[in-house]
Design a protein around this ligand. Structure first.
Ligand code: PGA
Length: 271
């Protein structure tokens, strides 16, 4: 299965800051053809991504979408609007949206349906809230998928990407999940999706949660890990490039080569 490696910028970078960031990502990832790459900026910088990544091997997309297509929904952005900006991928159900906006699996299902309807690829985030054993994690994520994918037509099931993102492994202070745990949960997700109840499809399941250049390779070595979803480490484009090119010699970090594996946000902003 072709690997998928991407990042969500979450709520980082103004459009002016995003432009040079995209340019650097583009130049550092040029020529990578062993995997698919994507960047999900905030809504305000999607037009910049379209400009900077046009004709490159980096796709762009959004971090969320409205479950409605049009109408009186102040502040929302809909799937046809994202499709019009050339988005290929749309993330749904990230734990920060579940936490901040009470997003439910039912809402996720409605969003996934709109994303597919407009020809884009949903990246459906699932993950258990606290560290426990793999069996409990599988039970949790399968219950999320059962509802989150419930509105997907059988013929569209193979167009979905699943992101396994254990909530406890995300963000500052957290560490990436143990590769063995990730392998077991990915296996469980694949088994569910390959079963008749899951739609009998083999789709890409990518891992997200404190991925950095040092954890990327051991995670990607696991069977059933079909890619990575990078958060804060990718705020430095050279870190993203190092993650996307695990088999190639390291690209020198643009932060001066400090040994830490997570960049300071301040050092990543190039005005
Ligand atoms: P993180 O974010 O890499 O900063 O932990 C990952 C994510 O939320 O997908």
């Amino acid at each position: 299965m072709r690997r998928l490696i991407g990042t969500s910028l979450k709520m980082h970078f103004t459009s002016s800051e995003a432009a040079p960031y995209f340019e650097e990502i583009r130049s550092l990832t040029e020529g990578i053809d062993s995997c698919d790459l994507f960047v999900l900026p905030p809504f305000t910088s999607i037009w910049v991504a379209r400009e900077k990544f046009a004709g490159s091997n980096v796709a762009w997309g959004a971090q969320d979408v409205s479950p409605e297509d049009w109408g009186p929904h102040t502040g929302d952005v809909s799937a046809p609007m994202l499709a019009d900006l050339g988005c290929s991928y749309v993330e749904v159900g990230h734990s920060e949206r579940r936490r901040d906006y009470g997003e439910t699996n039912e809402t996720v299902a409605r969003k996934v349906a709109r994303i597919l309807h407009y020809g884009m690829t949903p990246i459906v985030c699932v993950g258990e809230p606290a560290l426990g054993d793999a069996a409990a994690a599988i039970g949790h994520v399968v219950s999320e998928l059962r509802v989150g994918l419930s509105l997907v037509d059988a013929s569209d099931r193979d167009r979905v990407v699943i992101a396994y993102e254990p909530v406890w492994a995300i963000g500052v202070g957290a560490s990436a999940a143990d590769p063995q745990h990730v392998a077991r949960v990915h296996q469980g997700i694949h088994e569910y999706l390959c079963s008749p109840a899951g739609g009998a499809v083999d789709v890409r399941v990518i891992y997200g949660g404190s991925v950095d250049p040092s954890t990327a390779a051991p995670l990607l070595e696991q069977e059933g890990v079909d890619g990575l979803f990078v958060g804060r480490a990718a705020l430095d484009p050279s870190f993203f490039a190092r993650i996307a090119r695990p088999a190639e010699p390291d690209v020198a970090p643009s932060n001066g080569g400090r040994p830490k594996e997570f960049p300071d946000r301040a050092s990543c902003i190039r005005r």
